[in-house]
Every structure is written in C-alpha cells, then in structure tokens.
Ligand binder design. Structure first.
Ligand SMILES: [Zn+2]
Ligand SMILES: [Zn+2]
Length: 159
C-alpha cells in the first residue's frame, strides 16, 4: 500500500518471535511437564492455549495491516458545528488547523504522523511494535490484541 511503512521490521519480527517463544514454552515444555500430552487435561490445555495464541496473532496481524484512518481529501471543517470544541478545529491564532505536509485541513483529533508521513484520524500514537499508528480504524482491534496478549501471558504464568 502506498504511503505506508513496511511490515517487515525488527520490532514486528521480535513481537512474533516472542509470541512464538511463549507458545513453545507453554505447549511443548510447561504443559507436558505438568499434565503430560496424553491426558485429557493436557490436550484441553494445548487446545485452549493454541486458540488463544492464534487469536493473538490474528489480532496482531490486523493491527499491523489495518489502515489507522485517512483524512478524506475533500474534508473541510464545519466551523458552525457547535458540538465540536473550537480548539479542535482552529489553532490558537484563530486559523483553521491545516496540515502543510498533506495540504489539507485536519479534522478534530487528527494529527500528522512523521513516520507514516500523513495525517491519521483520531491519532493515538505511533507504535514501533506494529510499525503503524494506532488511530480511529484500528484502535478497537489494538485493545483486543492487548487483551489477548495479557490473557496469554497470565495463562502461561499459571502454567
Ligand atoms: Zn498531515
Ligand atoms: Zn504513524
């Protein structure tokens, strides 16, 4: 995709390697040592852990690849809109928030990302671990990923 940083970066590889390592220790070391793989409990734990790990990787993949949100090219801020606080539309000087680099007006809570080289809708932050911005479009799946990752970490701790 044009204007998007690459997917193959050291932090992304590190995250995938870390997930793989945790999965390996849980499924091939911890569960066999504790329950054995021939027992029903062992198989159930391997199945549960595998499902969790896959969900984690799937969510991570979506966070990395999903576009965090572009500003529509024809966007013009609605100055009459009473719902939006004025400082979100205008700068301190009183002129409209405008991105010089992208040559368009910025919607409320949109910010320019120097790494992505464009404005991101409802930008939260640029995360090097996904080499992508966390913004309007991938915020929810980002939270889901954090939830899965936390659950899997806790699970492996218990194991
Ligand atoms: Zn911009
Ligand atoms: Zn970014």
């Amino acid at each position: 995709m044009a204007g998007r940083p690459g997917y193959v970066t050291l932090p992304i590889i590190s995250v995938l390697a870390a997930i793989g390592y945790v999965y390996y220790t849980a499924v091939f070391l911890a569960i066999p040592a504790w329950l054995g793989l021939a027992t029903a409990a062992g198989v159930a734990n391997v199945a549960a852990y595998t499902t969790l790990a896959l969900a984690c990787v799937a969510a991570y993949g979506l966070v990395v690849t999903r576009d965090p949100g572009r500003v529509p090219p024809a966007f013009v801020p609605d100055v009459e809109d009473a719902e939006t606080p004025l400082h979100e539309i205008k700068r301190k000087g009183g002129d409209l928030r405008y991105c010089q680099k992208c040559s368009h007006y910025k919607p409320p809570r949109a910010h320019h990302c120097r790494v992505c080289k464009r404005c991101i809708l409802k930008m939260d932050h640029h995360c090097i671990w996904i080499n992508n911005c966390v913004g309007h479009e991938n915020y929810k799946i980002f939270l889901v990923f954090v939830l899965y990752a936390a659950t899997a970490s806790f699970y492996s701790l218990v194991l």
